[in-house]
Design a protein around this ligand. Structure first.
Ligand SMILES: *Cc1c(COP(=O)(O)O)cnc(C)c1O
Length: 361
């Protein structure tokens, strides 16, 4: 078996040991006589997986009794609509930090539901900057402040979160959840599609502060309602059984590696290595994002000679490093360095970048 170094932004690389365990258990799950994905979602075997997954998320992110953990379908994209449908009721309004492509999508959907104000707009810097979290001003009347903790396409990441007083932060953490410890108390809602740092596509983690549940709009369909899912421990309907099972294995792996502080250390090491090569390349490589806002998950860069970008991506792929092409909307190169990416992949990429620059510089 030859596994590539997979730098894809999502769906993304998963720990090989997890895939092997899943493969071994797939036809017959732990003496039940069937695959877990053939079992009832009310079965004992599945129930254990379901609860273990939620417990692991709680343990890893140090989530206390103040917040509920939900496992939903629909991707992070469904949360773009679900958050405002639940919270943006009557003549209330929410506030947005518009930091890039993903924040814009969330902004557009919220704007269809209700009134949205902008507290930061990165458009004027072509989405290469984030606001200073200590200076961000948010109207205390807003029902929530939305931010995108890591802009997967633009390569920006919030390294600290603002103090918004009584205004809960709602954060799309799809591409950096489980990569660092979090100040959970600051957040009203955290949501994340699984397919970057948590597992396969198909399940979305939603962490919601319990005191928001009674404030949610009751006049929306059942599946869209947070209180409905919370009251049934995310078993109101058939949950995405297989993605949840796999996510549980990934989270177990994260625990074995030393939890989110170990993930944070690793992400620092990985990203500092690649950024240092960009900085030392004397302009051969260029990262457009301001220093303080650079992502540790998705490193975005261009080559001084644009014509060489396709050759860079092609040659890397020939050497087993795939998924490096920048998003179609921005071009350039993007190296996604998620939790499960082996350090060897980062060293190989670093060596390749040095070599490519000296051959073509
Ligand atoms: C990938 C991604 C999304 C979209 O997730 P889906 O699960 O495809 O809906 C949303 N926000 C961010 C920050 C992402 O990285």
């Amino acid at each position: 078996m030859m596994r590539a170094h997979n730098f894809s932004a999502g769906p993304a690389t998963l720990p090989e040991v997890v895939l092997q365990q899943a493969a071994a258990e797939l036809p017959e799950y732990r003496g039940t006589g069937m695959s877990l994905i053939e079992s009832s979602h009310r079965s004992k075997a599945y129930d254990e997986v379901h609860n273990a997954t939620i417990e692991r998320i709680r343990r890893l992110l140090n989530i206390g009794d103040s917040h509920e953990v939900l496992l939903l379908g629909g991707g992070a994209t469904m949360q773009f609509g679900m958050v405002p449908l639940n919270l943006l009721t009557g003549d209330s309004f929410c506030a947005f930090t518009r930091s890039g492509a993903w924040a814009e999508k969330a902004f557009e959907d919220a704007s269809k539901v209700g009134t949205v104000t902008t507290v930061f707009d990165g458009a004027s810097t072509n989405y290469t900057t984030l606001p200073n979290p200590y200076e961000l001003q948010c109207d205390p009347e807003a029902v929530y402040l939305h931010l995108t903790s890591n802009e997967t396409i633009g390569g920006l990441q919030w390294h600290d979160f603002p103090d918004t007083g009584s205004v809960p932060i709602v954060a799309d953490m799809s591409s950096d959840i489980m990569s660092r410890p979090l100040p959970i108390d600051k957040f009203g809602i955290i949501y994340a599609g699984a397919q970057k740092n948590l597992g396969p596509a198909g399940v979305t983690v939603v962490v919601i502060r319990k005191d928001l549940l009674p404030k949610c709009n009751p006049a929306i369909p059942a599946y869209l309602s947070y209180p409905v899912h919370a009251s049934k421990q995310s078993l109101y309907n058939t949950p995405p059984v297989f993605p949840i099972y796999l996510m549980n294995l990934v989270l177990q792996w994260v625990e074995e590696q030393g939890g989110v502080t170990a993930m944070q250390e690793a992400s620092r090491t990985r990203s500092e290595l690649i950024y240092s090569i960009i900085e030392q390349s004397e302009g051969f490589y260029h990262c457009p994002v301001e220093q303080a806002s650079r992502s540790r998950m998705n490193i975005v860069f261009t080559l001084k000679n644009k014509d060489l970008e396709a050759a860079f991506v092609k040659k890397a792929a020939e050497l087993g490093m795939v998924g490096l092409k920048g998003h179609r909307s921005v071009g350039g190169v993007r190296a996604s360095l998620y939790n499960a990416l082996p350090m060897a992949a980062v060293h190989d990429l670093a060596g390749f970048m040095r070599g490519f620059a000296s051959e073509n510089g």
